[in-house]
Design a protein around this ligand. Structure first.
Ligand code: BEZ
Ligand code: FE
Length: 296
């Protein structure tokens, strides 16, 4: 039987219409909308670029290498989406919140389940390596009321810029990870070590692309958080070190102004001792989070 589709003779001028015209019988309207838009924009880009056959093949080979590099642990396509700013854009579209609510940023590949829940004030640095740090603050609603029982899931790289899962057998399992729950006054605090900037995985095609574009693969020092409470919009975010050399050009565009914290050096011996640190100093980081009600 002859297909029930419009005629599709190709011309350079009408290329996108010719292709999208074949999607009229799509079984899923959203799929058709997505593929029509991608086809239109892709054809427009190709018309602007006018690639040679060799250049087009270079692109195909890049995507092939990206696929070959990917497995359950290493997701090179997500990394590509990250360095193109697409992960941040998709996240922004899906986490629009009222003014004043804490903003989202990328989740990243290093979150794991099963992190132990600790008493407030616990030191999540399990190997004692790095410069001591205290992180504290409150979780509030958008009217400024403290929120109790908020789950704070935090993870960070160590002072050499590696997560525990990247250094199995070198760092203890669950090093620099913890789950905390806010008390009646909405407050939280824990001890850790000052994180360092690090390179995103740069030994694959995405790393080579950054190199060829004259871009670096570094993320400024940060702590990751997932902050959740029933009835409120879950916040997946970071707080950033403003003094990091990469603060102004994160390789994955994760920095938002509202997420920049302050790392204050405390070298007063009595305060250092009061915190139970050996000194000569620790870093004090105070940061409040604001949750918006679900659906606002
Ligand atoms: C991270 O912050 O853990 C991360 C985010 C995107 C790509 C790689 C790492
Ligand atoms: Fe990270």
């Amino acid at each position: 039987m002859k297909p029930d589709l419009p005629k599709a003779y190709f011309t350079e001028a009408d290329s996108a219409d010719v292709v999208t015209g074949q999607n009229v019988n799509a079984k899923d309207a959203r799929l058709r909308e997505v593929m029509d838009a991608i086809t239109r924009h892709l054809h427009a880009a190709i018309k602007e670029i006018e690639p040679t056959q060799e250049e087009w093949m270079t692109g195909i080979q890049f995507l092939t290498r990206t696929g070959h590099m990917s497995d359950d642990w290493r997701q090179e396509f997500i990394l590509l989406s990250d360095v193109l700013g697409v992960s941040m854009l998709v996240d922004a579209i899906n986490s629009r919140r009222p003014v004043g609510a804490s903003e989202n940023t990328v989740l990243g590949p290093f979150h794991i389940g099963g992190t132990p829940e600790y008493e407030m004030g616990t030191n999540i640095c399990l190997d004692g390596k790095g410069e001591d740090m205290v992180v504290r603050g409150r979780v509030l609603d958008i009217d400024g009321k403290p929120l109790s029982g908020v789950k704070i899931d935090v993870w960070q790289a160590n002072d050499e810029g590696f997560y525990d899962v990247q250094q199995k057998g070198i760092q203890p399992d669950f090093n620099l990870r913890g789950v905390f729950r806010t008390g009646e006054d909405g407050s939280y605090w824990f001890k850790a070590v000052r994180p360092q900037h690090y390179s995103i995985p740069a030994d694959g095609p995405v790393g080579a692309l950054l190199e060829n574009l004259g871009r670096h693969p570094y993320r400024p020092a940060h702590l990751h958080y997932i902050i959740s409470k029933e009835g409120y919009d879950e916040v997946t975010t970071h707080i950033f070190d403003p003094d990091d050399i990469y603060i102004d050009n994160d390789a994955v565009f994760g920095v938002k102004e509202s997420l920049i914290a302050e790392f204050v050096k405390v070298d007063d011996a009595s305060r250092v001792a009061e915190m139970g640190f050996e000194g000569p100093h620790y870093w004090d980081v105070e940061f409040d989070f604001v949750l918006a009600p679900k659906g606002r």
